[in-house]
Design a binder for this molecule. Structure first.
Ligand code: SF4
Length: 231
């Protein structure tokens, strides 16, 4: 695990603005060059930040019951599980999901869409906010786009597909994926870690997003706190 923080708000996607707690897990199977959480996986300094983080500093093993209790004690009715890539450790995450569900807390998993969820994880009622990575993320296509996993996620009851975009070419890539997979609930989110960059990409793309009948998400946590950690 990397960190637990909150109460804060969900900054992205369909639940944007909802008060929530965050559980951030460590490790990722991708290496997006513009990743805003490289401290969860980048031990070699390959992201744009160019900094090698130390897993002995950033990651800590935690007992599932303790994690669930800390989140329940936060007094929120939504918990967002992010990373890194949470589905890469979904078996270990399952007891946490079950405890949160038993406490009546809604849950969302932020995933890059390269790993299919198990039936056990799906049965907890968690929502999947799936963010497939486009070519500007830098990894080869076959690593970023795993069609079988996307198809399975697309069939779950609670799913939204959220794409980080900067240009009209990025929207064309989303269109190609939608044409081949018929994705449910597409959300376009402007790339950026500063208020200026988020708003600039949003203004560049808004008209075209609406024309294509998709939804828009901003990045509320960036607008409120820019790149501050733990909020
Ligand atoms: Fe970062 Fe997400 Fe890309 Fe992993 S998938 S490198 S956590 S942006």
């Amino acid at each position: 695990m990397n960190e637990i923080f909150g109460p804060t708000v969900q900054g992205e996607g369909p639940s944007s603005g909802r008060r929530c707690g965050f559980l951030r897990l460590g490790g990722c199977n991708l290496s997006c060059r513009w990743c805003d959480t490289p401290y969860t996986w980048d031990w070699k300094g390959v992201s744009n930040l160019g900094k090698a983080f130390d897993p002995r500093v950033e990651l800590v093993p935690r007992d599932a019951d303790e994690v669930a209790e800390q989140l329940i004690d936060m007094g929120v009715d939504l918990v967002v599980i992010s990373g890194g890539e949470p589905l890469s450790q979904q078996e270990r995450l399952l007891p946490v999901l079950r405890k949160l569900r038993a406490a009546g807390i809604s849950m969302e998993i932020e995933t890059n869409g390269t790993i299919a969820p198990t039936d056990a994880v799906i049965s907890t009622g968690v929502r999947f906010n799936v963010s497939p990575k486009l070519s500007h993320a830098g990894d080869p296509h076959d690593r970023r786009i795993v069609t079988d996993a996307l198809r399975e996620l697309n069939q779950t009851d609670a799913v939204a597909f959220k794409f980080v975009c900067r240009t009209a070419d990025d929207l064309d890539e989303v269109q190609q994926l939608d044409d081949s997979l018929n994705l449910r609930s597409i959300w376009i989110m402007p790339e950026g870690n500063t208020v200026h960059s988020v708003n600039r990409h949003l203004m560049d793309l808004a008209d075209e997003i609406v024309r294509r009948k998709w939804n828009i998400s901003t990045r509320l946590h960036v607008l409120a706190w820019e790149d501050k950690r733990g909020v």
